[in-house]
Design a binder for this molecule. Structure first.
Ligand SMILES: *Cc1c(COP(=O)(O)O)cnc(C)c1O
Length: 366
């Protein structure tokens, strides 16, 4: 069986170094908000082309705190794509605000800027731009819309650390960007973690306060905050892995290029990489008109594939279900998408076997 993802390979290669990093934290006696976290914050801010990083407990909390710091609360509307991981919308609702769904561009799966412009109302406060699968959203157009309408832009970069649009890193476009260190992400911890990166001093200070009970210093709590910090063990693990991120991204991009060459001409939609985009291939996601039968055929051929995501966000029971007619591209994506194995430790031989299996699965399902 070729796994969809195998983290044990990554950890086997880094085992001694990870254990040394964890031992360093144990010996320091400092487990929350210490030197490891501060060093990681500085490194990820630099990678994102901004001045501030604020470590938090998860990517979900990065979104929740960044949105709160941007003034999103009861009565506000926030535009968010109809096709994403649920947290791109649920974090808006957690703050008492209303997620307003926007259909996606079929090529990049990003929120369609024209549809977003039509969805703005006097109550709109912000846009959540998701860089889905590691392909950046069209940030020049999204930022231009936001500027024209006085909206904040929060980038959901949970799947896109290291990606860039028009030569500028994701994270440097919006008012703030949110990174996830969930173990399966391109830069994954050995547990949960996340970070807000921003170039705005006011937002950085506000998120820093919100992650620690609204504390302005010395147990003076000036607003209702959260308890959401990145712990030192995760930060130490992440620093070990961050040193490999560039090489891992190159490996993912090489895998993507080889899949493209091997799968050309099949009745499959291959991932789009727009000329302005540097895609980091968190996922290599194809489309197939009979996706469920295709995934079943791959499983019969011992290839692990995964579906991100089988249901658009407004279709989730949480949001009342429905919306198929309003967001046809989101629904079509949910019916067609399928992600193939794409991780740095996938061997050339495995890649060739996956490509052969995809070819066979296309024949069987046709
Ligand atoms: C993973 C993910 C999140 C949430 O991150 P967690 O660390 O799991 O809380 C948010 N948005 C997107 C697009 C994601 O893929």
């Amino acid at each position: 069986m070729i796994p969809f993802l195998d983290l044990t390979r990554q950890h086997a290669a880094l085992r001694e170094e990870l254990l040394r990093a964890m031992a360093r934290v144990l010996d320091s006696g400092q487990f929350v908000l210490g030197a490891e976290g501060r060093a990681l914050e500085a490194q990820l801010a630099a990678l994102s082309g901004v001045r501030h990083g604020i470590g938090v407990a998860s990517g979900t909390d990065a979104l929740r705190l960044a949105l709160a710091a941007a003034g999103v609360g009861p009565g506000a509307e926030v535009l968010t794509p109809a096709f994403s991981f649920v947290a791109s919308a649920s974090t808006i609702a957690m703050l008492g605000a209303t997620p307003v769904f926007v259909d996606i561009e079929p090529g990049t799966f990003a929120l369609d800027p024209d549809a977003a412009a039509r969805a703005v109302t006097p109550r709109t406060r912000a846009i959540v731009a998701v860089h889905l699968y590691g392909h950046p959203a069209p940030m020049d157009r999204i930022v231009a819309l936001a500027r024209a309408r006085g909206l904040a832009v929060i980038e959901d970069a949970a799947q896109a650390v290291g990606a860039a649009w028009a030569g500028r890193p994701v994270g440097a476009w919006g008012d703030a960007a949110c990174i996830s260190f969930y173990p399966t992400k391109n830069l994954g911890a050995c547990g949960d973690g996340g970070m807000v990166v921003t170039d705005r001093d006011d937002l950085a200070e506000h998120v820093r306060r919100l992650r620690h009970h609204g504390d302005a210093g010395r147990y003076r709590h000036v607003e209702l905050g959260f308890c959401s910090r990145l712990d030192e063990l995760q930060a130490a693990v992440l620093r070990v892995k961050l040193a490999r991120l560039a090489a891992w991204t190159e490996a993912r991009r090489r895998i993507a290029a080889r899949y493209r060459a091997r799968l050309a001409g099949l009745p499959l939609g291959l991932p789009v990489e727009r000329p302005e985009a540097r895609h980091v291939y968190h996922l290599f996601t194809v489309r197939h008109a009979q996706r469920d039968a295709f995934v079943k055929a791959l499983a019969d051929l011992d290839v692990g594939a995964a579906i991100h995501y089988p249901l658009p966000v407004p279709g989730q029971p949480l949001f009342g279900g429905g919306g198929e007619r309003e967001f046809p591209e989101a629904w079509r994506a949910a019916r067609e998408v399928c992600s193939l194995p794409c991780f740095a430790e996938l061997t050339d031989e495995e890649l060739e076997r996956v490509a052969a299996a995809v070819r066979q699965a296309c024949e069987r399902v046709a």
